[in-house]
Design a protein around this ligand. Sequence first.
Ligand code: SAH
Length: 213
Amino acid sequence: MTSQRTRQRLVQRLSDQGVTDLQVLDVIADTPRHIFLDEALSHRAYEDTALPIGYGQTLSQPYIVARMTEVLLGAAGKLDKVLEIGTGSGYQTTILAQLVKQVYSVERIKPLQDKARERLRKLGLRNVELKYADGNFGWPDRGPYDGIISCAAPREVPQELLNQLAPNGVLVIPVGGDTQELRMVIRDGDSDEFISRVLEGAKFVPMLSGTAR
Ligand code: SAH
């Protein structure tokens, strides 16, 4: 179930779906996804599907994790600091942490954050900082960021996230309600102009407001 062969099959599937960044595929092949799930679901960890993690939230589908990470890596010049909105299980956080210098991740549901923190500790990842807060406001104290990834979909791109992009910084974010689109927004140099591009359709949990215990 957790064998290298099972993981390799998942990676093959992602590559068949058009993910080409070898660094990203390697990190996905090396990362145990089953530890991000409750035991009852861990046998499904290497299916290319979103899976429940409690509190009405889901562990993102491997394809979308790979795709968003690949877009970020491809579009950003340097990735010293990356902000993630929606830590959830910590899976996307873990993938990012192996590819960029420092990851900051915000989650609004305290018990999910606690579990993610424990997993990241067990994995020995030292370049991640977590914050319990409403990610609509980003994490201004740690910014600006070379990259921002949102794992939850707001109706509109939050202005605060744009404000926290470094020069040429890249935001990858699903936007919408019942129908969503994955967007990439790049700060044009050090100006306050942003270039936005729609990448593909998406299906994420909604970005909610405030925090929950
Ligand atoms: N990357 C996570 C995805 C979890 S689902 C994983 O792979 O497990 C999206 C997460 O976004 C949920 O945990 C949800 O609680 C969180 N979320 C939704 N709205 C948020 C907000 N305003 N601020 C911070 N986190 C938010």
